[in-house]
Design a protein around this ligand. Structure first.
Ligand code: AMP
Ligand code: MG
Length: 424
C-alpha cells in the first residue's frame, strides 16, 4: 500500500480544532488520506467471499442462455389460442430443464414444458398447468388462460447480455455476487489482498483472558471486540496483545505494528492524563491529525500515521471503542480494502418510546433497542449509557444518533437510528 502522504501538510491548511473535531469533518479528513491497497491475488469464487473485486467482469455469455419457461405448463403458439373459448391442442413432446424438445411446434400442437426448460422452436407462449387439462393425446386450455403472446416465457439474456459489464472493480463480493459469477461460468477472480491491521491494547491494569486477576486489574475486552469487528470486515487481524503504559514498550509496539501492517489500531492511552506518552511517541514515529472529536462516547480519538501505516488511537472505554470503530474505522478500512462507493450505514427515523437524556454540544451515539409497532418503529435507549457499559452494546440493535444541538428528548420525539446488524 502507498504510505499515507504527509498528513501535516494537507491538514495544516485546514481550519479546524484538532481538540474537538466535528464528526463529519473528521470523516472527510480521514478520507483524504486513504489510498487503497493495489496488490491483487486470484482466488476461487468461494474463497473470494467478503473480498473486493480487483477486475471488472464482462459476461462471456448470456443469462439465461436460451428462452425458457417460467412455469410448469404447456408451450404453445399464441396464435393458436381461441380468443374467447377453450382450445384443444395435440401433445407432440416434452421439454424438461436440461433436456429440450428436439422438434418444432407446428400449428395445432403443444409441448409439455417445465420451469427452466428451453422453449421449443415454434412456440412463443407458456400456459401454466393450472389453466390446462391434459387429455388423451393432447391438452385442453381454459378460455382466457393467457392474455398475450410471450407470457410465462423468460427471454435469453434478460438477466445478463453477452459482453455486458457485470461488475466494476471495487465491487464487494457477497453471496449474490458469488452466484452471479458462477452463473456466467467464472470460477476464479482477481481480488485485492487483505488489509493487514495490527492492534493492541494499552494499560497497566489489563490482563488477557486465561490469566488470573490481581487487585485492580481487569480483563482486556477491547482486543476481542476489535478482533470480531476486523474479522467481519475480512481484514487480516494481527493481535499484538496488551502493552503496558511504559514508553519503551509502547514505542517498540508501535514500531513493530507499523512495520507489519497497513493500519495500526490501539485502544486506551489517549484520554487526558495518559495521552502524553502516546503523543510524544507519535511525534517521533509519525504524526497525528486530530486527538479529540465532538462526540460521545469517543471524545478521545486520534487519527494519524505511524511510520507508513494509518493510525487509529481509539479510546479505552469498551463502548467507545465499538462506537468509534463503527463510525470511523470501519468505512476507512473498507476504502483501504479497495471498495468503491463506500457509504455510511443508512440512518432512518423512529419514534422514541422512552425519554433520552442528553446535553447539547456533542453528537451522541446512544445504544438503542428498535422494535416494530403497528405503524412503524419505536426505539428506546438500552438504559444506562456509560461508555464502560459494554452490555449496552450487546443488548442494543441500533445506535440512536443525536445531533450536536439536541438536548433531552421526550417519548414521541422522532430520532435517527442506525442499525447495528444487517443481512450477512
Ligand atoms: P484509558 O483511555 O486508557 O484511560 O482507558 C479508559 C478506561 O477504559 C479505563 O477504565 C480503562 O481501564 C478501560 N480500558 C482501557 N483499555 C481497555 C481494554 N482493552 N479492555 C477493557 N477496558 C479497557
Ligand atoms: Mg489506559
Amino acid at each position: 500500500m502507498n504510505p499515507p502522504a504527509s498528513l501535516r501538510d494537507a491538514s495544516c491548511a485546514d481550519d479546524y480544532d484538532p481538540n474537538s473535531m466535528p464528526v463529519e469533518r473528521a470523516r472527510a479528513l480521514i478520507r483524504q488520506f486513504l489510498s487503497p491497497v493495489t496488490a491483487i491475488e486470484r482466488l476461487h469464487v468461494r474463497a473470494a467471499l467478503g473480498r473486493v473485486l480487483a477486475d471488472s467482469i464482462v459476461s462471456p455469455l448470456a443469462v439465461p442462455g436460451h428462452d425458457n419457461s417460467a412455469m410448469d405448463g404447456w408451450a404453445v403458439r399464441f396464435a393458436d389460442l381461441v380468443p374467447d373459448g377453450a382450445t384443444t391442442l395435440r401433445r407432440v413432446g416434452e421439454s424438461f430443464a436440461g433436456r429440450p424438445f428436439a422438434g418444432e411446434v407446428q400449428p395445432g400442437e403443444a409441448v409439455r414444458i417445465f420451469t427452466g426448460a428451453v422453449m421449443p422452436r415454434g412456440a412463443d407462449t407458456v400456459v401454466m398447468q393450472e389453466r390446462a387439462q391434459a387429455i388423451e393425446a393432447g391438452v385442453t386450455i381454459t378460455a382466457g388462460a393467457v392474455t398475450k403472446a410471450g407470457q410465462n416465457r423468460r427471454l435469453a439474456g434478460e438477466d445478463l447480455a453477452t459482453g455486458q459489464v457485470v461488475f466494476e472493480r471495487g465491487q464487494p463480493l457477497r453471496p449474490a455476487e458469488l452466484g452471479m459469477l458462477a452463473s456466467i461460468g467464472i470460477a476464479e477472480v482477481g481480488v485485492y489482498r487483505r488489509l493487514r491491521v495490527a492492534f493492541f491494547s494499552t494499560g497497566d491494569e489489563l490482563r488477557s483472558v486465561g490469566s488470573t486477576l490481581r487487585e485492580g486489574e481487569i480483563y482486556d475486552s477491547n482486543r476481542y471486540t476489535l478482533f470480531g469487528m476486523l474479522q467481519r470486515l475480512g481484514c487480516e487481524a494481527l493481535d499484538m496483545g496488551v502493552v503496558p503504559d511504559v514508553p519503551a514498550r509502547l514505542e517498540a509496539a508501535f514500531t513493530t505494528a507499523a512495520a507489519n501492517a497497513d493500519v495500526v489500531i490501539t485502544s486506551g492511552g489517549v484520554s487526558v492524563g495518559e495521552a502524553d506518552y502516546v503523543k510524544m511517541l507519535l511525534d517521533k514515529l509519525g504524526e497525528v491529525v486530530f486527538w479529540k472529536l465532538a462526540m460521545k462516547p469517543g471524545r478521545p480519538l486520534a487519527y494519524g500515521r505511524v511510520g507508513g501505516a494509518h493510525f487509529f488511537g481509539l479510546p479505552g472505554n469498551p463502548v467507545a471503542v465499538m462506537v468509534t470503530f463503527y463510525e470511523f474505522v470501519r468505512d476507512a478500512l473498507r476504502i483501504l480494502q479497495g471498495e468503491r462507493d463506500v457509504q455510511p450505514v443508512p440512518r432512518f427515523t423512529a419514534r422514541l418510546a422512552a425519554p433520552v437524556r442528553k446535553l447539547p454540544g456533542r453528537v451522541e451515539f446512544q445504544r438503542g433497542i428498535l422494535a416494530p409497532t403497528a405503524d412503524g418503529y419505536e426505539v428506546r435507549p438500552t438504559g444506562e449509557q456509560g461508555s464502560a457499559i459494554l452490555s449496552s452494546m450487546s443488548r442494543a440493535n441500533c445506535f440512536i444518533v443525536l445531533p450536536v444541538a439536541s438536548g433531552d428528548l421526550r417519548p414521541g420525539a422522532m430520532v435517527e437510528v442506525q442499525l447495528l446488524e444487517g443481512l450477512i
